[in-house]
Ligand binder design. Structure first.
Ligand code: DGY
Length: 425
């Protein structure tokens, strides 16, 4: 399987390569997406280091002056996607969206740097990116944690990447659907509507965009103005891991101040993550900051927390939790607990398996010494692509390929897993 599959994965990545950035997949997502790019760069790094660095550089060329890195860069016009630049109206020369996405770049850059064969190139690129990534991390704590709790909130479900997670259902009741300008969705003409969010959810996504736009995308106002403020353990884990990795990278590059500040942010975040732990569920939960309550929803967000350097006993509990989930599905890890009534095997983040999430959970568990479960998760990734190709996501019971096809980051993860071979039975 190995070389042939790697070649197929490379072909997927090359197909979606637009020279200085990749699209997640043709048709459904015709622009550059933030965390897609960071994770895809990991795949490129195995066969074209220069191209891997370019992917991340392009992303940071569109960083906002306040430090935010937007979730979409609209490099070339394409009316096959909604909402396009006219809806966001962020007033940038090259249009971007006005919200952000999981900050996985710190982790990706450190990993690409550590493995790089071209050391000179790696030092040069990492040195340039280091302060930019650090500024983004600082932006998060300044703008999305105004009370200094150590945990940041997302203000739009699209920021988490887990657009229609069950985690947001209750909070979304408070987001109005009235007063939304009429629109036509484009995603459902590229992908099966039964795999995508509902129209009701889309109205609320757009209500939030319109509200933030009416505030001129001023990040000093958006957090407090948003009726949707969720502290997602998965999102925070990615930020904490990236801060910790950036600290190590900064040490290697002799940047002591960035190292110290990054380490302090990571340590504060790890301590605060304890407030999200649920003994009853054996995993972390989201916290709804607007109503100051934990969200009783056992989703993948609370398992993705294993990506951060959480205490060993928590990592062990999460490995046990994944083992319990394995009793109700065929392929790990479902994005929502299959034994709950809200589980929907094929609908985006309400049940399907995502290889990027599997990869991050597996990586964290491996580092924490939960090697057996880490490898089992990676083996399930390979079983999925063997059965169903390089899909966007997969049904956890029958491995149905869902959403878009020939997906860049799925291909990148497959290259990662096959090259690193953390799959022993
Ligand atoms: C979409 O359009 O489906 C995206 O998830 C928003 O970023």
């Amino acid at each position: 399987m190995t070389q042939k599959t790697i070649d197929q994965a490379k072909a997927v990545m090359r197909r979606n390569d637009r020279g200085s950035y990749t699209v997640p997949t043709h048709g459904l997502y015709p622009f550059q997406w933030n965390w897609d790019s960071a994770l895809s760069a990991l795949g490129f790094a195995h066969f074209d280091e220069t191209r891997a660095w370019r992917e991340i550089e392009t992303l940071f060329e569109h960083q906002w002056e306040d430090g935010m890195v937007p979730h979409i860069i609209f490099h070339e016009m394409d009316d096959g996607y909604f909402p396009g630049p006219d809806v966001w109206s962020t007033g940038r020369d090259v249009p971007t969206s006005g919200i952000t996405q999981p900050p996985v770049t710190g982790f990706a850059v450190r990993r690409i740097f550590d493995r790089a064969e071209d050391r000179k190139l790696a030092v040069e690129k990492a040195r340039t990116l280091l302060p930019l990534i650090h500024a983004w991390h600082q932006w998060f704590y300044a703008n999305r944690d105004p009370m200094g709790t150590g945990l940041v909130a997302i203000i739009h479900p699209w920021e988490s990447g887990r657009d229609n997670s069950v985690d947001w259902d209750a909070a979304f009741e408070r987001v109005p659907a009235d007063g939304v300008e009429p629109f036509t969705r484009r995603d459902t003409s590229h992908a099966n509507p039964a795999h995508r969010p509902t129209d009701e959810q889309y109205k609320r996504y757009i209500w939030l965009v319109q509200t933030f736009r009416s505030l001129d995308w001023d990040n000093s106002k958006l957090h407090d103005a948003s009726p949707f403020q969720i502290v997602d353990p998965g999102f925070n884990a990615i930020l904490i891991r990236s801060c910790a990795d950036l600290a190590d990278l900064a040490d290697k590059l002799g940047e002591a101040e960035i190292a110290a500040q990054s380490r302090a942010m990571a340590e504060k975040g790890i301590a605060a993550m304890e407030t999200l732990w649920s003994d009853r569920h054996g995993q972390y939960l989201c916290y709804d900051r607007a109503i100051k309550t934990l969200v009783d929803s056992p989703s993948i967000g609370g398992i993705l927390a294993a990506f951060a350097p959480i205490p060993k006993l928590r990592a062990k509990a999460i490995a046990d939790r994944v083992a319990i989930l394995a009793q109700s599905c065929t392929y790990l890890i479902p994005s929502h607990d299959p034994t709950t009534p809200e589980f929907d095997a094929l609908r985006y983040w309400r049940g399907p398996v995502w290889l990027i999430v599997n990869y991050m959970v597996s990586d964290g568990l491996d580092i924490a010494g939960q090697t057996e479960m880490a490898h089992r998760i990676n083996r399930d990734c390979l079983r999925l692509i063997e059965r169903s190709g390089f899909a966007e996501y997969y049904g956890p019971i029958n491995a149905e390929p869902c959403g878009g096809d020939t997906f860049t980051w799925t291909a990148a993860m497959v290259i990662e897993i096959l090259r690193t071979q953390k799959i022993a039975a």
